[in-house]
Every structure is written in C-alpha cells, then in structure tokens.
Write a protein that binds this ligand. Structure first.
Ligand code: FE2
Length: 291
C-alpha cells in the first residue's frame, strides 16, 4: 500500500436514540455498542431537536474522570459550570474542550426555552499516565475556529489538528504545533455541496471515523455508502476521501493516535482497571474525585 492509498470504510455504527443527563434526547453512534470504540475515541453523541421537551432538562451536576469531553454546538446555547469555578457559554459554532482527567463535576444546562438545540459531544480517552492529572477546561468561540473554503464549493472548519489547503497548513485552535495533545486529535467539520469531493491527509496509524449529520456520503476508493447519522470507521492508513451525495453532505472527520491500553468504563469514569473504577466511585462518594 502506498502513502497515496485511501482509507476504506470498514465498519458502520448506526446511531441509536437514547437519553442522557436529566432526559436529553440524543443519538449515540460510537459508544452505543459495548466494547466497540475507535481507540482513543469512546463515544459520539448528536443532540438535535426543535422541541424544548427534548433538551430542557439538560445535564445537571455530574462527574467525569479519566478522559476528555468535547462539545461542539451547531445551534442553541448551553451554559457550563464546574466545581473549579469555570463558567462558559456555548453558542452556535463554539467548542468546549474539557479535560476531565483526575476529575471534574460540572453541569451543562440549556440557556433557551425554545428553538433548535443541535450539536455533538465526543469523548476522547486519555493515556493512563494522564488520567490523574489536574482537570483543564477551554472555551473556544466560533470566531477562533478557522473556516477554509473548498475549491469545489463547501467548507472545512478546523477544530483540532490541521488541514492542508492550497499548499498551506491551516491549524485549528486545539492540538497545534508545540502544543500537541498526546492523542493528537484531528477534528474537522466539513460541508460539501452535491457531488463534491473532499480529501484530507490523516496521520498513518491514527484511527479515524466519519459521522454524517446531513445528507449522505460515499467513502474511499470503492465509493462505499455511509448513511446519514451513522459513524463510519475507516481503515488505518491513507488519505480520507469523501464524496457528497445528491443532497450534499455535512460530516465530522475525527482521527487520533490510538492508546492501545485497556478500557474499563463505568458510566462517566473511564480508567484502565476495575480497581481504578472502584477508586473513582469511592473518591466521588467521599467528595475527593476532583480534590
Ligand atoms: Fe459532562
């Protein structure tokens, strides 16, 4: 296989309707099948509703330990508050990159009583040596996310990592040169008009998947169909090529360096061993999760 090879679609994970928090309706693709991850990605939820009953309950105070949560809003407003005193308003096109690590207790509550709420929450695992580091939190407004027009129409938003366009590297606000996260995530949001094609280089050996949130796409050298609202897991080397269907396509491209470590998950705690999970539960119970 040459470096010009294209990644194939090796697995499709349809999204399942579910709810989380105090009853927010979601569609979960990655993470909906127990044990099926795209290392180091653990979960991808899409929330999308015009009905306030589906989102008003929000996500009252809850803990996390051992990984990162990345919330990307397309429509609507949510407010984040955590035990460290961070407060952030998440608005359309904005991203919240939260490194729970040792522990964070936070709430994510809608700041609207009508209208559309739409976005994604992604969970990215941390390597064992970073699971107990201090928590970190970053609010990234839409204005800090580079938008690259594509020659055939459409555009790419570079949230994390970089995208090569016209011979230059466009760097997103997360995982930049000199400030690489250990999983080296690439997070792109791509919109293509009908029939347009998109190609991106992804580091060989990094795991990658796509999530089509509007329209439909064909992927790789065999034009394999990836339906709307499903995660498409890609093979592990070569460029990623996506062609939009007749109604265009909007999709996320996510890639990162795998950790190759055991994953033991219990709800909002993701550690390497059962004992570490028990410790997380005990720490939460004793008020020491994030101490
Ligand atoms: Fe959370």
């Amino acid at each position: 296989m040459t470096t010009q090879a294209e990644r194939k679609l090796i697995h499709v994970i349809p999204s399942q309707p579910t709810s989380d928090g105090a009853g927010v309706k979601l569609r979960r693709s990655l993470g909906s099948q127990r044990g099926l991850h795209v290392d180091p990605f653990l979960m991808l939820d899409e929330f999308y509703s015009d009905n306030p009953d589906d989102y008003l309950a929000g996500f009252p105070a809850h803990p996390h330990r051992g990984f990162e949560t990345v919330t990307y809003m397309l429509d609507g407003h949510m407010r984040h508050e955590d035990h460290l005193g961070n407060r952030g308003d998440l608005g359309p096109g904005g991203v919240q990159w939260m490194t729970a690590a040792r522990g964070i207790i936070h709430s994510e509550m809608p700041q609207q009583t009508a209208g559309r709420m739409r976005g994604f929450q992604l969970w990215i695992n941390l390597p064992s040596r970073e699971k107990m580091k201090p928590a970190g939190y970053r609010d990234i407004p839409a204005t800090e996310i580079p938008l690259v027009p594509l020659p055939g129409g459409g555009r790419v938003k570079v949230i994390a990592g970089s995208y090569a366009a016209d011979g230059r590297e466009v760097q997103g606000p997360v995982n930049g040169a000199g400030h690489k996260l250990s999983t080296e995530p690439l997070y792109l949001d791509v919109q293509l008009p009908a029939g347009a094609e998109f190609v991106a280089a992804v580091t060989p050996g990094h795991n990658a998947f796509l999530y089509v949130y509007e329209g439909a796409a064909k992927v790789g050298p065999q034009d394999q169909a990836l339906p709307h609202r499903a995660a498409g897991v890609l093979s592990d080397s070569g460029n990623v090529r996506v062609r939009a269907g007749a109604d265009g396509a909007s999709f996320l491209l996510l890639a990162a360096k795998p950790l190759h470590e055991p994953v033991v998950q219990y709800g909002p705690f993701v550690m390497n061993t059962r004992e570490e999970i028990e410790q997380a539960l005990a720490d939460y119970r004793d008020g020491k999760l994030a101490a």
